[in-house]
Ligand binder design. Structure first.
Ligand SMILES: O=C(O)CCC(=O)C(=O)O
Ligand SMILES: [Fe+2]
Length: 208
């Protein structure tokens, strides 16, 4: 492994992923980086209109607002702006580490900005499609402003199995700067109804 250097912070995330298939960390990006990413999202929202997100894939895509109410804009990894480049650098650095230590064979990512207006949600679902099972890790970064409070709703609920096979709901508040990484293939999840506009970047790390 030559120049391999153990990264204790990444190791914590990987331990979580191995032990419980999800991880929640609050300091992957600095507060300043989060502010830059949020400002960038708001700028893009003015320049390019975000599109109402669909469910399903390709020919079976449908927009059903009661099921999924966010609007999205895909990031172009080939032509990132400076702030997006910072995001990709950090995510790719983590990704290379995960590939070297866990042999997940992740080859590429896909990422979009998301905005959930008040009154919207994303009902319980799994992030893989029948026709495309390459998604391996889901990565969600919340870009809400610093005043965000749990009273705004929009929690991410992860549906987990306990050791007896019973289902348990793990609630994650969409606090600014919080990064949630989870197993795309096994963890069903849901975005609860929001009553305040909720911002994020969601990405998927995929095998080829
Ligand atoms: O924003 C979140 O907390 C999760 C979003 C999500 O589940 C998705 O976009 O597939
Ligand atoms: Fe999802």
């Amino acid at each position: 492994m030559g120049d391999f250097e153990l990264n204790p912070f990444y190791e914590l995330i990987i331990d979580d992923l191995v032990n419980r298939k999800y991880s929640v960390v609050d300091c992957f990006f600095s507060e300043e980086e989060i502010n830059l990413l949020r400002a960038n999202l708001l700028l893009k929202q003015d320049l390019h209109s975000f599109k109402k997100a669909a469910i399903g894939q390709a020919s079976s895509e449908q927009i059903i607002e009661e099921v999924r109410g966010d609007s999205i804009l895909w990031l172009d990894e080939k032509e990132p702006d400076e702030v997006e480049q910072m995001y990709f650098n950090k995510v790719n650095h983590f990704l290379e580490y995960v590939n070297r230590t866990c042999y997940l064979g992740i080859q590429e990512g896909e990422f979009h900005y998301a905005c959930y207006p008040p009154g919207t949600c994303y009902k319980r679902h799994l992030d893989i499609f029948q026709s495309d099972s390459r998604r391996t890790l889901s990565v969600v970064l919340y870009l809400n402003d610093q005043e965000w409070t749990p009273a705004y709703g929009g929690e991410l609920a992860l549906y987990l199995q306990d050791e007896h096979g019973n289902e348990r709901e793990e609630i994650v508040h969409a606090l600014p700067g919080r990064l949630v990484v989870f197993d795309s293939k096994s963890i069903e999840h849901e975005v609860k109804m929001v009553n305040h506009t909720r911002y994020s970047i969601t990405g998927w790390l995929k095998t080829r």
